[in-house]
Design a protein around this ligand. Sequence first.
Ligand code: CUA
Length: 482
Amino acid sequence: MKKNFINKKSKLSLLFIVFSIFTIFGCTPENNQSTFGTAGPIASSQADLFILIFAIAVVVFIAVEAALIYISIKFRRREGDKLPYQTHGNKKLEITWTIIPAVILIFVAVPTLVGIWSQQNGVPDDKGQVLNIEAVGHQWWFEFRYSDYEVITSNELHIPKGRPVSFKLSSQDVIHSFWVPKLAGKVDMVPLNDNYIWMIADEVGEFYGQCAEFCGTSHAHMRFRVFVHEEEDFLAWVDQMHTPADPPMPNTPESRGQMLFAANCSMCHTNNSTTPGSYIMEINTQDARWNNWVDDTENSALVSAPNLTHFGTHTTLGSGIKELNHENLVEWIADPSTIKQGTRMQKQAMVYNTRDGKANLTDSEISDIAYYLLSLKPGSGAEMVIDDIPSDGLIDAEAVFATNCAACHSLGNDVIVGPGMGGIKDRAGDRVSGLSAYEYIYESIVEPQAYIVEGYPPVMPAWASLGDETVNALVEYLLTLE
Ligand code: CUA
């Protein structure tokens, strides 16, 4: 009997208690997602409220437990005791133990309600110039739109220290929750019903964000980072976001990566939202991609996706999961689900339409794309002249098409993302009066956004970077298609 004193259940309970104690170590203020090491007034007022309520609870706990222990010992049944005198209804006692909890609840409720009201009322107008950001939740990443500055980022948020930041929260698919534990509480991101939250960061630094509402397979992997800068550094960052990246030097991994990116990734990922007008265009494009996916979730080759402008300046990939470096990026591109289960990228993009779901690219192609993405940083601001690459006059337009265009355009009449190219010479001449078929096709390649045909999503990137000679060869080739 004594041998089995610590039976299986007791062992499990003991294990559970030890485990629970260890999880408490996650609450240390230094932990990245601890709500105790606060760095802003909203987070600290919430932490203060927690500590106040916790202190009241501790006092109640000690008083009740002490009384319980004292009474159990003092009035325990002794040998020879008779049944005590039985009573019912003691008015004094009942009034006392109704009033005491009511008073305790008042002490809890008043500061709680004051806190809720002050935080729900929007940004107070005495705290400085408000920065407005729209945060959009997607399965499973965050999009940030800076309407004041026409900047779009994904998964990495930059804000100035000391200035109130007002967030309009929405979701494109399911309910998510926006949470930066050290800066502010959490508020749900609900589709078709905008919510608001504001925060002020008191310290420069890097802070963790996390989706706090179960939203599907990769909910736990839906994170983001907040970088708090001094005001002038923040404004410099905004400036950088409006400075285009330098185009890659010809015949480098980056330049090959650029072509591969354009052919395989650019239908869903914009990576050049630096110019005037690119902000609103990206929002429209993102909506178009989304609607395309909603219309046919099984077969759509498009879906809204993180904006990769100046991706090379990011510190993480896969929405805050892994450090951004070449090795991790290669792993991510080759087979995203090794890092994050269930990405729409792997499910929808043509390039993953393979038997094993891995990218239909060679190791060196994946490496080139990764080098290209890592090279996306604010450039010198100087215009660079792009050479027409082949100088022997022989451009294999069919190969150019296969590499750069075939992911979206078939050679016949099938619609992949954009229209099929079969018989284009017969219809291109009638599209825009004053433009011949040749001119129309040429213009549609170098400046596609001006010539989107009704019914197609405005997602085609500009291909001027192919160079004049190559584009001309491509046009001639397209005009031969029956
Ligand atoms: Cu989004 Cu959980």
